[in-house]
Ligand binder design. Structure first.
Ligand SMILES: NC(=O)c1ccc[n+]([C@@H]2O[C@H](COP(=O)([O-])OP(=O)(O)OC[C@H]3O[C@@H](n4cnc5c(N)ncnc54)[C@H](O)[C@@H]3O)[C@@H](O)[C@H]2O)c1
Length: 264
């Protein structure tokens, strides 16, 4: 059996409280990784922290941080170094979307999309990179979206996520330092229960995770005939994070969308 090699590694996950981020924290916890996860939703983060600590032997902590703010990101990386003395893996999971017609999106709205989806990834990657290099190499895994390949009503969100995809250039620029950089691009990933998401989740107010009708419509558009779940993305993130399984894989964008998006 191939070992993931993530046990006792120091991992930083952004947006770890809700839905996909929460599943990523749980998956890493089961591998006995030492985890610091960041979020702006402290209440949901405390619930996730409680559940995550039961799942493995690693040390897990939560840091309240807005990863669109330089000072919060600096403090977040410093906290990780203070707790674990090193950084081996960065997971850029934070993101936000509210699909709407491009022509009707206010400047405030589209600037927010770029801040939360792209600027946060740039800030965290820049802050973490020197620490990953100090550790002798490591992995950056970012979460983008199938909207990065072009989806209606998600034009600016998709542009920001395409920027996240393109940041895989880090793989070429820093490969000589042992840095791997990969991207997971989820398709539709629905939560299954209210406790899986926080009050700040992009799913709040969205027809209670879609009505049965909406799920059915979405399901029909997906070749595998089912909507994705948070664990589907966590598994792909875990794979890319793992030096044991993906030690020679870098600079890739992987669509996890049940066959909906087939880039390349
Ligand atoms: N769920 C989907 O269908 C889907 C599809 C494609 C891509 N994605 C991407 O996957 C990622 C996770 O999505 P999700 O469905 O779990 O969303 P979610 O909204 O449920 O979770 C995102 C978490 O990030 C936190 N967050 C938001 N802004 C933050 C900030 N500035 N600083 C710190 N934390 C912040 C939120 O509080 C929340 O806990 C996002 O990048 C999203 O764009 C999701």
């Amino acid at each position: 059996m191939v070992e993931t090699g993530l046990g006792r590694k120091s991992v930083l996950v952004t947006g770890g409280a809700s839905n996909i981020g929460r599943a990523i924290v749980f998956a890493l916890a089961r591998e006995d990784a030492n985890i610091v996860f960041a979020d702006i939703d402290e209440e949901q983060a405390q619930r996730t922290l409680k559940d995550a600590t039961k799942q493995g032997k690693g040390r897990i902590s939560f840091q309240a941080a807005d990863v669109t703010k330089d000072e919060d990101v600096t403090a977040l990386v410093e906290r990780t170094m203070a707790e674990h003395g090193r950084l081996d893996v960065l997971v850029n999971n934070v993101g936000w979307d509210r699909p709407s017609a491009f022509a009707r999106q206010s400047t405030m709205h589209w600037r927010r999309l770029i801040e939360i989806n792209l600027v946060s990834t740039i800030l965290c990657t820049q802050a973490a990179l020197p620490r990953l290099i100090d550790a002798g190499g490591g992995a950056i895994v970012s979460v983008s979206s199938d909207a990065s390949f072009g989806e209606p009503r998600e034009t600016v969100y998709g542009a920001a996520k395409a920027g996240v995809n393109t940041m895989k250039a880090i793989a070429k620029e820093y490969g000589r330092h042992g840095i791997r950089c990969n991207v997971v691009a989820p398709g539709l990933i629905l939560p299954t229960a209210a406790e899986e998401i926080g009050t700040n989740s992009l799913w709040v107010g969205r027809d209670a995770f879609f009505s049965d009708d909406q799920v059915e419509k979405a399901r029909k558009m997906i070749p595998l005939g089912k909507v994705g779940r948070a664990d589907d993305i966590a598994n792909a993130v875990l794979f890319f994070a793992s030096p044991g399984m993906a030690g020679h894989i870098s600079g890739q964008v992987l669509s996890v969308s049940g066959g909906y998006a087939t880039p390349g």
